[in-house]
Design a protein around this ligand. Structure first.
Ligand SMILES: *Cc1c(COP(=O)(O)O)cnc(C)c1O
Length: 365
């Protein structure tokens, strides 16, 4: 097994990096995931050599044989986290070792080789340090980091997992994920499609989960909703997640989030909120909630707020819910006070305005 100390990065700086003026133009209106910085990280893996050829190189297209395994059998997975420019000027990430650990958990599920956690984090550090000017200074903006790994073996045989892989990290300046700020989202309850079944890949951050979800996302939009809410595969009754974000249900000062049954993605934002709730004097539990309980709770007033959470969109209120045979509003449809407190606390820690009680902030530069 290759250890971190054996891997040193070869650095090749771009000779066509964008000028300061070009960069400022992008940073003035970055959107989400549309523009990329001047460099990227790549590390190769073969069975004989383990992880090798770690490098930082100019951002560029890949040249891959059309028979490369990833194109046919989708052996691929990814991570997502952000670099923040804090009030004092330093650049930090939030819980990068949690992403490294989840990356390796996804690797095990997808029969891919694990990457030493130190190497994962060093890759992020090197890329962000090199492209530090791309970390936005605008309040609420960040540099989104996208580590991923693909199967690179050439050939169409499916008897074995690929024998070779490439790990990469790219970076993209980001404004807020949902255009229009913290407007509550409307959600569509998908009873026709299933995101993940027991024993499947629901807990792995793999592209295939997304590929299988787009048809339901399109249906949600056709129904006039912003996002899909996924239900359990067996009864189509119990809430799982939003398919890119986890969900929290607020009953006064008590929070409930669906338990990690193996069919939903273990979000790092979700995990952080379970801890932060205690700091804010809220009780937080992992459990189970059906769509009937969700509707009844809103109608009785017991269920006061619902919010979605994830790295990209932080904490986003859910305003309205629609299913094939039902529709209702959460609270009065506007962002609730508990949702906003949690959002502000989390952003406060990430941007250095609130104390980091749990050692979540990892300084990069
Ligand atoms: C990444 C992701 C999340 C959120 O995870 P965070 O670590 O909080 O960003 C939730 N659901 C799915 C399906 C995801 O891919």
């Amino acid at each position: 097994m290759t250890t971190a100390s054996q891997l040193s990065f070869h650095v090749q700086l771009s000779d066509h990096a964008r000028t300061a003026a070009e960069r400022e133009q992008v940073l003035a209106n970055p959107g989400f995931g549309q523009y990329f910085t001047d460099h990227m990280i790549a590390i190769d893996y073969t069975e004989e050599r383990g992880w090798h050829d770690a490098r930082l190189q100019p951002y560029a297209p890949l040249v891959l044989d059309p028979a490369t395994a990833v194109f046919h059998y989708a052996q691929e997975l990814f991570e997502g986290l952000k670099a923040y420019r804090q009030a004092g000027g330093s650049i930090v990430t939030f819980r990068p070792y949690a992403n490294a650990a989840r990356f390796n958990k996804s690797c095990r599920r997808m029969a891919m080789p694990e990457l030493p956690e130190e190497t994962f984090v060093e890759s992020l550090e090197l890329l962000v340090q090199t492209d530090r000017e791309w970390v936005p200074t605008t309040e609420g903006h960040s540099l989104y980091l996208r580590p991923f790994v693909i199967a690179t073996q050439v050939g169409l045989g499916v008897n074995y997992p690929s024998k070779s892989y490439r790990f990469m990290v790219i970076a993209s300046p980001a404004a807020s994920y949902f255009a229009g700020g913290i407007k509550p989202v409307s959600v569509w309850l998908s009873t026709e499609y299933t995101r993940a079944a027991p024993g499947g890949t629901g807990a792995a951050k793999c592209g295939g989960n997304y590929a299988a979800a787009f048809v339901a996302q399109r249906q949600a939009v056709e129904q006039g909703c912003d996002q899909v809410v996924w239900l359990d595969a067996v009864e189509h009754r119990f809430v799982e997640e939003m398919g890119g974000m986890n969900l929290f249900f607020v009953f006064g000062d008590k929070l409930l989030t669906p338990a990690l049954t193996g069919t939903l993605l273990p979000g790092i934002t979700r995990d952080s909120i379970l801890t932060l709730a205690g700091d804010l004097g809220l009780e937080a539990v992992e459990g189970r909630i059906s769509i009937e309980e969700w509707q009844a709770g809103c109608e009785s007033g017991e269920l006061t707020e619902v919010f979605a959470c994830g790295t990209a969109a932080v904490v986003t209120p859910v305003g309205t819910v629609k299913g094939a045979d039902r529709a209702w509003t959460v609270g009065d449809g506007t962002p609730g006070p508990v949702t906003m407190r949690i959002r502000e606390e989390l952003l406060g820690i990430q941007y250095g305005m609130r104390p980091d009680r749990h050692g979540w902030i990892h300084k990069i530069a």
